[in-house]
Design a protein around this ligand. Sequence first.
Ligand SMILES: [Zn+2]
Length: 159
Amino acid sequence: MRPALCFVLSELQEGLPVSFSREYAAKDLDLDFVDLKYLGKLTVTGTAEKQSDILHVYGKMTGRTEKTCARCAKETAEPIEKRLDLYLPVQDQNEIDIINELRENLVLDYEGPYTCGGADQEECQRTISRNLAQHSHEIPPKSPFDVLKKLRNIKKENH
Ligand SMILES: [Zn+2]
């Protein structure tokens, strides 16, 4: 079954906020990049409020990601928490599914290739040397993220 986050508009009273909470298996949301994976569950909690021709949905999404260092390929897991604040136009429909907006929110937040750097710089370098010795015949993959980055910048400019 495809994941969904539906609100039935006839069940919402105008100006009366209703809270909600949902859990998704991150893998069902199809969010993964080459070097960023969402692990386990993604939890979405928030409030939905109908305001004449707008549905305002706000809250947060929490989960865990695993980033792969672009230099040494070391994987680092970390918790994430992202704010959710959506204004959705309501027309004649009685039901709104915002799962695509959630997914878009997470995907557009992707910051591009990451390096572990900082305190791990030395270890980063050691791992690279080790990997090079092992895989000297491999050509590193070309980054497919430029298009997404552009999209993200356009989105930012529009706000
Ligand atoms: Zn590294």
